[in-house]
Design a protein around this ligand. Sequence first.
Ligand code: ATP
Ligand code: MG
Length: 393
Amino acid sequence: MHKTIIIKYGELSTKKANINFFLKTLKDNIHNSLTYQHTITYDYGRMFIDVAEENINSTIDILKHTFGIHEIIIGFIGESRELENIEKNVIALIKDHEFSTFKVETKRSDKSYPINSMEMNNKLGGVILKNRNVSVDVHNPELIVHVEIRKDATLYYLNGIAGLGGYPVGTLGKGLLMLSGGIDSPVAGYLTIKRGVKLSALYFESPPHTSEMAKEKVIKLARVLAKYNPNMNLYVINFTKIQEAILKNIPYEYLITIMRRMMYRIAEAIAKKENSKIIVNGESIGQVASQTLTSMSVINAVVNMPVIRPVACFDKLEIIDIANKIGTFDISTLPYEDCCTVFVPEHPVINPEISKCIEYEKLIPYEELIAEAIKNKEIIKIKEEEKKFEDIL
Ligand code: ATP
Ligand code: MG
């Protein structure tokens, strides 16, 4: 017998009209992530991925980071379709598995096979009962033994492991993530990638007020996100001149509001340039003064593009929980300054007024400064973080 990897799609299969596009994108995403020889075939029910035996574990690890997959299963293909041989293979397959209840599910993709599925279930079930001290449970078995009789071979598999769900990255178009070094924005990015949006990231730095280490931290976060969203671009905008102009000219309590309006303007300009349809950020209702509903609407007013805030309604602890699961929390909590925190006034305005913002913004030549900052942007091609290869077989 030789191994094959099977994946099942889950939510994907409900997208009837677009299913071909979704499956092709999933296939392409997997194809682009595999650096070694492989073949991928699929139908509407599942996808088969064949790689050399020594690459199976690393392939599974890649699939565990790929959105659009509901379940990942190791299958075994045996050349023979003889009953006796199938019985032997089934016993060999379950040998190392601990379980107390099971059922057999046979499928004949070749309907001319002389034993029908029900009979086959009974025969193989009987063999397992003889061989092991276990019982059959057709409703809620611990182990399901799948046997599929094909035209020229037999496919066997047991329970799989859960995939990440979501949609294949890219099926929903592109978005631009405002990525700070904090806890919230990487989580916001992850959740957006999960919905099939291909992300680029945008980071505002303010050297010398923010250090090279702070930037390194954002690059590290981007590398973690790139495990799910390969080949991500990170735009780095030097925000120093704009920030210093704000600091010099704007009343203290409006510093953050105006600063964020500038960030949004730049984000929208970059998003438009690279054909991103949304801006994504880590704002969470009520978390800080710039995230009251009034603040958010005054800040949001400078852009026309939808701003998606995936963690808007999450508690901090819920966000931290996801950050831990995806591996960004320990990076986000490294102690480097952020360009927002460098200049945070003690009493930022909680209910800013748009008319005042417009008035104050006249005090700085922001359009020129923004154009200059965008012109000088740095683009970093993010290489994804090494995936950890766990032996899950
Ligand atoms: P985070 O934990 O993500 O840093 P926060 O709670 O510190 O968020 P803010 O500093 O108000 O909140 O930032 C809100 C959002 O604005 C961030 O989640 C991020 O999307 C964006 N943002 C803030 N600072 C930057 C920055 N320097 N570069 C890019 N985006 C930023
Ligand atoms: Mg922050």
